[in-house]
Design a protein around this ligand. Sequence first.
Ligand SMILES: [Zn+2]
Length: 172
Amino acid sequence: MAYHCLMCGAELGEQVIENRTRLVCATCDWVYYPQLKVSAGVLLEEQGKLLLVQRADDPWKGCWYLPAGYIEVDEDPLVGAQRETLEETGLVVAVKGLRNVSMYQDDPRGNGILIVYDADRISGSLRNSSESTAVGFFNPQQIRSMPLAGSSHSQEIRQWVHEKESGCCCGS
Ligand SMILES: [Zn+2]
């Protein structure tokens, strides 16, 4: 597969710059610097249960994840996390703090970081979307037998399950 320069359209060639092999345009010297994708989502717990969404599409079709999605280039991740939650679950939520940031390298759509916020429900009622076949709140015992989607989401969800089962309150 050939890649072309975003500036002049010429074909890119490999060249070592700053100790890494990069794609460079021989015509105008433009360098392609790939960057991580940014996703944001929420961890919303109610009555000892965690809000999860079942993916309608690949990758990880049928697996469960936190309500989350890609952030637009002009969007605050905090706002994007609330937007994605509304789109995917029907719930209007308010972020109350940052929970974690993690990197993943197992998504065929590209490497990225997942920003997870703790959130509370403000209004709304659960419903599916075009991206989800099911949404709901699940307790730790239920979650342990559910297939989870992707390393970052799996890590966040398992950490929550661990905290619930061990009675730990995140160090507080
Ligand atoms: Zn060029």
